[in-house]
Design a binder for this molecule. Structure first.
Ligand SMILES: Cc1cc2nc3c(=O)[nH]c(=O)nc-3n(C[C@H](O)[C@H](O)[C@H](O)COP(=O)(O)O)c2cc1C
Length: 251
C-alpha cells in the first residue's frame, strides 16, 4: 500500500524548511509514497492520515524551537516518527548534542521512541545572528533514503521510456529528363515514366514497359509537382503495396 508521510518543521530563517522540501522530493521520487509538508508556524496539522511523520526544527540558544516541542507532545501511537535538527551541529554532529536536542524535543513526550534522529547542520550563528551556511543537503538526502528503507516504503519503479520507432523518411528525388534527351530504348528496358500535360492543362503520367506499352496511367494533377510526387510515391511504395483482387467474385 502507498504510504503517507508528513514532514513537519519549525524554521526561523528557512534552513529547516529547505531540508523538509528536499526530503519530500527524495521520498516522492525514490519511493511510492505520498508526502505532505507542513510549516508549524501555520498551526499543527492533523496527523491521522499519516503512517510516518518526520519532525524538524532548529535550535536557538540551546533550545529546540518550541513549535516542534509542542507538536511532538501529540499521541503518535502506531506511527513511525523521525526527528531532524538543522542547527549548528553540522557534518559530524556531536552525538551528545543530538541526543540532548532529542531529549529537549521530546520534553513533553519522553516515552516517544523515534525510528531515527539526525542533525544536518544549518546556518551557523555568528555573534548571535545567522552567519555561515553549513547546511548539507546531501547528508539530508542520504538520511531520507535510509528513512524510506527503514519504514519499508516501496521503491518506485523507474519510469518506462517508450521510444516510438520511426522509419526514416527517404526523400526521393525524381530526375526529370527532357523529352529531347530521351535515352535509347536499350537503356529503358526496365520501364520508364512519361510525364505530360493534357489539353485541359492537367499533368499526367504513364508508367510504361521497356517496349513502350502503358502499364499504368495516372489521374490528372493540377500541378506538375503533384504529378512528380505521384511518381515518387509509386517508386517509394509500389514494391510493398498490397494487391486487392476485386475480380475474385467474377472468376
Ligand atoms: C541566535 C541564534 C542562536 C542559536 N543557537 C544555537 C544553539 O544553541 N545550538 C545550535 O546547535 N544551533 C544554534 N543556532 C543555529 C540555528 O539552529 C541554525 O541557524 C539553524 O540552521 C536555523 O534553522 P532555521 O533556518 O530553520 O530557523 C543558533 C542560531 C541563532 C541565530
Amino acid at each position: 500500500m502507498k504510504q503517507k508521510t508528513l514532514i513537519v518543521y519549525a524554521s526561523k530563517t528557512g534552513i529547516n524548511s529547505d531540508v523538509a522540501h528536499t526530503m519530500a522530493e527524495v521520498l516522492e521520487t525514490t519511493y511510492d509514497m505520498d508526502v505532505t509538508i507542513a510549516d508549524l508556524h501555520d498551526g499543527q496539522p492533523d496527523i491521522a492520515p499519516f503512517q510516518n511523520i518526520i519532525v524538524g526544527g532548529g535550535v536557538d540558544r540551546k533550545s529546540v524551537y518550541p513549535e516542534a516541542v509542542d507538536f511532538l507532545a501529540k499521541d503518535f501511537s502506531g506511527k513511525k516518527v523521525a526527528l531532524y535538527f538543522s542547527c549548528e551541529d553540522y557534518e559530524t554532529p556531536k552525538e551528545q548534542n543530538t541526543e540532548e536536542n532529542t531529549k529537549k524535543a521530546l520534553a513533553k513526550n519522553p516515552s516517544l521512541k523515534p525510528v531515527d534522529v539526525a542533525a544536518f547542520g544549518g546556518c551557523v550563528a555568528i555573534e548571535g545572528k545567522p552567519g555561515m551556511d553549513n547546511s548539507n543537503m546531501n547528508r539530508a538526502k542520504d538520511w531520507t533514503m535510509e528513512f524510506g528503507k527503514k519504514v519499508g516504503a516501496q521503491v518506485r519503479p523507474p519510469k518506462q521510456v517508450y521510444r516510438i520507432r520511426k522509419e526514416p523518411v527517404v526523400e526521393l528525388h525524381v530526375d526529370l529528363i527532357p523529352a529531347a534527351e530521351m535515352p535509347p530504348a536499350s537503356e529503358l528496358t526496365e520501364g520508364f515514366f512519361e510525364l505530360w500535360c493534357d489539353l485541359g492543362g492537367k499533368f499526367r503520367f504513364h508508367l510504361k514497359a521497356g517496349n513502350g506499352e502503358i502499364i499504368a496511367a495516372s489521374q490528372g494533377y493540377a500541378t506538375k509537382d503533384g504529378a512528380v510526387n505521384g511518381i515518387a510515391s509509386i517508386k517509394r511504395n509500389a514494391s510493398m503495396a498490397m494487391v486487392i483482387d476485386q475480380t475474385a467474385a467474377k472468376t
